[in-house]
Design a binder for this molecule. Structure first.
Ligand code: AMP
Ligand code: ZN
Length: 108
């Protein structure tokens, strides 16, 4: 938990953000500025700055994030039509919030 981190505050339940799904190592909520009809963020509960900061012990978290993406796509009915998954990494990669999250977009 980083006191100054927006996503740590959300994960900790300190905001009004509604979780669509929660698992051992992650929560899922809607992106506040959606880029597509469906735009979800799959966010680790652990504060990890970016993909660059993953450690061997974080493998389970990464696997859970990908499996949650598959489940969320199914639940939103976009598995067949298709969707995009992406991690922005550091400023040059477009990362703005430095707490690990996977974007799921689709439903066009
Ligand atoms: P990134 O550029 O990968 O760091 O993406 C951060 C994403 O978080 C952006 O798409 C923002 O729209 C989204 N975002 C920022 N603050 C919130 C919030 N409080 N609730 C939901 N999504 C947020
Ligand atoms: Zn954080």
């Amino acid at each position: 938990m980083e006191l100054s981190c927006q996503f740590c505050r959300i994960v900790n339940g300190e905001t009004s953000t509604k979780f669509l799904h929660e698992d051992n190592n992650l929560v899922v909520f809607k992106d506040i500025h959606p880029q597509a009809p469906v735009h979800l963020l799959i966010v680790s509960k652990k504060h990890i700055r970016s993909i660059n900061d993953l450690e061997d012990d974080d493998r389970e978290i990464v696997a859970e994030i990908i499996m949650a993406a598959k489940l969320m796509a199914q639940r939103h009915g976009i598995s067949k039509s298709g969707y995009r998954l992406f991690f922005n990494v550091e400023r040059g990669g477009g990362q703005v919030i430095f707490h690990l999250h996977l974007h799921l977009i689709g439903g066009w």
